[in-house]
Structures are given as structure tokens and as C-alpha cells.
Design a protein around this ligand. Structure first.
Ligand SMILES: [Zn+2]
Length: 140
């Protein structure tokens, strides 16, 4: 199994802070539009479907499936070098949106499109005033 991928401290904005703080609590937080019901990620200040400003946050299941992925075998820049090979994937969350993430906790050769996965949180390097974490996914 490759080395664990180390993540930098998230660059949270006013639009994304709720998402990163949710990760810090061990919760995958998504947004739902109160006007049209669309569920979206990444977090935005308005609904990407109807442009309504009535956005609310909710704790998602944290479950999904691998939509597509790639295995990175070579990267000369730390901290990625020591994590090779690692999996970069789009995971489709059960609630609908896709999230760009890493698949961890299994050999990269075992990852398949459609594989059921669940969220797993990693503490990023560095620090800020908030308690943030980075979501990755592992097989379930
Ligand atoms: Zn909407």
C-alpha cells in the first residue's frame, strides 16, 4: 500500500468554510437549494440551477460510488512523491453531486468505476483558527 497522502491546509472562503468545518466534525456537508431542491457541490453562494440565494446546508450520507479515477504513479513534488501511487477520483455522492477526491485504504489496482465508497477524513498539514479536515473516500 502506498504512503498516506498528506493534504495542505484548505483555502476556505466564505462560500466553502461551512463545508470544511463540517469535515472537521467528521461530517460531509452539502448544500440544498430551498427554491428548486437542487443539491450542489462545491459550495456556492447561490444555486447553480436556478441562481436562487436560498441555500441551506445538510449532512450528507458520506456514501457514493467511484464515477471515474486515475492512478498517479509518478509525481516529483512532495508531498505527492512519497504517496505514489495514489488515486485521484471523481466520486458521485448518493445525494447526487460529484466530488474530486482521493481513494484511500486500498491498493490502487483494486479501484474500479462504480465501486461503493464512503467518506473518510484526514487532518491537513498546517493550521488555522478553525478545526478543518479534508474528505477522502475508502471502499465500503
Ligand atoms: Zn435552486
Amino acid at each position: 500500500m502506498p504512503g498516506d497522502l498528506r493534504h495542505p491546509w484548505p483555502a476556505a472562503s466564505w462560500e466553502t468554510l461551512g463545508f470544511w468545518e463540517g469535515c472537521g466534525r467528521g461530517e460531509l456537508v452539502l448544500q440544498r437549494c430551498r427554491d428548486c431542491g437542487a443539491v450542489q457541490h462545491p459550495p456556492r453562494g447561490v444555486c447553480g440551477q436556478c441562481l436562487g440565494a436560498g441555500i441551506s446546508h445538510f449532512v450528507a450520507s458520506g456514501r457514493g460510488r467511484v464515477h471515474t479515477f486515475t492512478v498517479t504513479w509518478q509525481n516529483q513534488i512532495e508531498p505527492f512523491r512519497s504517496a505514489c501511487p495514489y488515486v485521484l477520483a471523481w466520486v458521485e455522492i448518493d445525494e447526487g453531486p460529484r466530488i474530486l477526491t482521493n481513494i484511500v485504504g486500498c491498493d490502487p489496482g483494486r479501484v474500479r468505476i462504480g465501486m461503493p465508497v464512503e467518506v473518510d477524513f484526514a487532518r491537513p498539514e498546517g493550521q488555522g483558527e478553525e478545526d478543518l479536515a479534508v474528505p477522502r473516500f475508502r471502499p465500503r
